[in-house]
Design a protein around this ligand. Structure first.
Ligand code: AR6
Length: 165
């Protein structure tokens, strides 16, 4: 696992993970950046999929992005912490890794799902992300690299601390 500060749309990995919404409709934040870089064909493909429950993910082509595929995770909206937010966030990371593995995608980049517009506390989210990835990776020898790509230095610092990097 590694930590990188920057724009996930520039990552050359097999799978770039998106922080999407349940309708899989173009939004803001990292989702907006991914749609901008991918172009309108991405929304057309997502419209065909229809939607995705919170805590799960769906796969699509990467279009204009430098990846093979995109994995769209629907993180939880933060509602104070006792509405199943932790489990839903862990579900995003777990299901994305399982889906990547099933599609033979060995390198994967994650943004800090739910910590922007959805308001999940970044430190709690980072701990869940690292714990879940560690836990899930032990059963997936085909996944060679997981990169946490953070837009801001504060978030990158949280991951570095957790990873001792
Ligand atoms: N590269 C990496 N990280 C980014 C980028 C980028 N280009 N842009 C933003 N971030 P958010 P959410 C960081 O709001 O909280 C959309 O409207 C950002 O700083 O993108 O899961 C969707 O359609 C933050 O740390 O996602 C949904 O409706 C992290 O990505 C909703 O927002 C996640 O912030 C999802 O909200």
């Amino acid at each position: 696992m590694s930590v990188l500060r920057g724009d996930i749309t520039l990552c050359r990995v097999d799978a770039i993970v998106n922080a999407a919404n349940g309708a899989l409709k173009r939004g803001g934040g990292v989702d907006g950046a991914i749609h901008r870089a991918a172009g309108p064909d991405l929304q057309r493909e997502l419209d065909g999929i229809g939607g995705c429950p919170t805590g799960e993910c769906r796969i699509s082509g990467a279009y204009g992005l430098p990846a093979s595929r995109l994995i769209h995770c629907v993180g939880p909206v933060w509602r104070g912490g006792s509405a199943g937010e932790d489990e839903a966030l862990a579900g995003c990371y777990r299901s994305a890794l399982l889906l990547a593995d099933r599609h033979g995608l060995a390198t994967i980049a994650f943004p800090a799902i739910s910590t922007g517009i959805y308001g999940f506390p970044p430190d709690r989210a980072a701990r869940i992300a690292v714990d879940t990835v560690l836990d899930t990776l032990s059963g997936l020898p085909g996944i060679a690299e997981v990169r946490f790509v953070c837009f801001d230095e504060a978030t990158a610092g949280l991951y570095r601390e957790l990873l001792g990097a």
